[in-house]
Design a protein around this ligand. Sequence first.
Ligand code: NAD
Ligand code: 44H
Length: 388
Amino acid sequence: MKALHFGAGNIGKGFIGNLLRKTGYEVCFVDVNQEMIDRINRRNSYSVELLDENHTVETIFSVSALNSIIQEKRVIEAIVSADIITTSVGVANLSKISKVLAKGLLERIAQNEKKIDVIANENAINASSTLKKEVEKIVSSKELAQINSLVGFPNSAIDRLALSKKGTEGDIALVEPFFEWVINKSEMVNFDLPLISGATYVEDLRPYIERKLYIVNMGHATTAYLAFLLGEPTIQKALRNQNVERIVRSAMVEASQYIIRTYRSDSEKMTEFIEKTLKRFKNSNISDDILRVGRSPIRKLSYEERLVKPARELFKLGLPVENLAASIAAGYLFDSPEDEESITLQGYIRSNGIDKAISHFSSIENVKLKVMIKKYYDKMKNGHIVNC
Ligand SMILES: NC(=O)c1ccc[n+]([C@@H]2O[C@H](COP(=O)([O-])OP(=O)(O)OC[C@H]3O[C@@H](n4cnc5c(N)ncnc54)[C@H](O)[C@@H]3O)[C@@H](O)[C@H]2O)c1
Ligand SMILES: O=P(O)(O)OC[C@@H](O)[C@@H](O)[C@H](O)[C@H](O)CO
């Protein structure tokens, strides 16, 4: 069995490629980072270190890699012969892989009528559907009908802290012991393959992806943005500050009300989930850079994303959102010269002010909610985090 995976980054190697190999797939990565591609091909393997007390290092064999730009023909051939296609390139990069994917799928359809699923594993609601929409932009209506009949784009939710460190033979993928890969079975078309080892298949993905994005990723982003204000370099160091931990936990509790009300989730189980997630964030075997976790603040502050969606929905219901408002405000204060979106965001705020920025990037028009966010923005802009 052959798997083709776009994105040989932290999640690609540490999580998705790793589970695909354990299921018995040969894994071919597609990336744009030539150094990474060469490293994988030199060894036909890579290393994954488990971030627990033992730091066990595992070698993942039978892997190879291609460059999606300079080896397009070979990527198309690999799409033709693949049994499953997966991605973890970052949601903003899905539009960049859609062209070669569309070409490959059409070539595959011309050569055989085998069904295939394409799963985009990104931190976003319905990333596979987003990828499909990008493919739709490129192909004709006749080609789209062919794709629709043979290709599934099941959505998924993935959860695992995945980082990397430099080793003597190249990057070592670092992963926490916990993982969750949830796949929407009702959107799959190919049922002839073994289930992916360790993945969970569900009929309705929404409760899983919303819980992941609006509680786990919201809490993570909140920690990163508060840490930035305090000058703390890692998530773990920031969470040693009780004030940070209290605001993060409170924001997670606020956001959990959205999940509890939307999906009638059990509130005790939700409390356990929040505590377990905080424990994962605090894992002392991990040193997670806040610039990684806070990366792309424009994406994270957008309307449907982790910080704004729960705040908007709860505010509409008249439920507490003070801590979520403080998280959004902290996001608007994330000022990292290493992050392109942060540079754009801060440039916009300097030229237009925070009020306009909240409308422009988060599309929040509710005046009372905007005032609340602005209140925290003003209180925190001198680097002090506040009691909500
Ligand atoms: N790292 C985590 O803890 C984690 C956990 C869950 C979900 N995610 C999600 O997984 C996705 C990947 O995150 P990551 O942390 O692995 O990022 P990463 O930057 O480590 O990896 C992304 C990889 O995609 C490659 N890439 C970019 N554009 C490409 C293109 N056009 N064609 C082929 N490859 C391309 C990059 O070169 C890089 O190797 C993101 O959507 C992220 O939100 C990450
Ligand atoms: O990948 P992003 O930029 O959407 O979010 C950064 C982190 O919060 C994220 O990568 C987490 O580590 C991960 O989602 C945990 O499963």
